[in-house]
Design a protein around this ligand. Structure first.
Ligand code: ZN
Length: 208
């Protein structure tokens, strides 16, 4: 799918490790061109789409991180996982979220859950990376973040309507989020919703 006619992101890329293949770097750029307009439209149309991408051999804390308008991908990760191009889909969602540092500190699981929900929904080729939220992991908790929380969000959309993740994102960005959001939005508090989600998952519910 091309992004012609939509706002293409303005991406500056620096590759600090010559052993990272050009195919992988071009794959990140193609992925960003494809997913940024969709994720921006979905969550935060007012956001800027100026992105700096650095593939850095000095970053070793994980696959990638985002801060200060910069997406940093670990060069070691880029070399060992050349088909995981949607790692940048998760990361660019953090730029589009634009939450305050306090929101990141207080509601980390939602921050990472929303980013993985965006990867699930808008990712260009999650299958190539073997990445999905299909499987329910027994014993997972809402506060695990990442795929565990994203999977709950996919269920919340399935039972509560498509706007629920966007409303969650808006309250997080406004700095007004509390867990009362869920009772106000659905009639059930967050603990009751999580219990319903677990029961549904054990009975076989899975995201499409
Ligand atoms: Zn993240």
């Amino acid at each position: 799918m091309r992004s012609e006619g939509r706002r293409a992101p303005d991406v500056t890329v620096r590759v600090l490790d010559p052993k990272v293949s050009a195919d992988t770097v071009n794959g990140y750029l193609d992925t960003l061109a494809d997913v940024v307009p969709a994720i921006t439209d979905f969550f935060n149309p007012a956001t800027t789409t100026r992105i700096r991408l650095v593939v850095d051999p000095g970053y070793t804390d994980g696959p990638a991180a985002t801060g200060g308008g910069v997406i940093t991908v670990s060069a070691a990760y880029a070399r060992s996982h050349p088909r995981d191009l949607d790692v940048v889909t998760h990361e660019v969602t953090h730029l589009i979220q634009g939450y305050s540092p306090g929101t990141y500190a207080d509601w980390w699981h939602w921050v990472e859950g929303v980013a993985d929900y965006a990867r699930y929904r808008f990712g260009r080729d999650n299958a190539a990376a073997g990445w999905s939220i299909t499987h329910y992991e027994r014993g997972s908790a809402l506060t695990d973040g990442y795929r565990a929380t994203a999977r709950f969000l996919a269920w919340a959309v399935a039972v509560g309507g498509d706007g629920i993740v966007q409303d969650l994102d808006t309250t997080l960005r406004n700095g007004t989020y509390t867990d009362k959001f869920w009772a106000a939005r659905t009639g059930d508090d967050i603990a009751a919703l999580w219990s319903r989600y677990v029961r549904a998952s054990v009975k076989g519910w899975r995201p499409v």
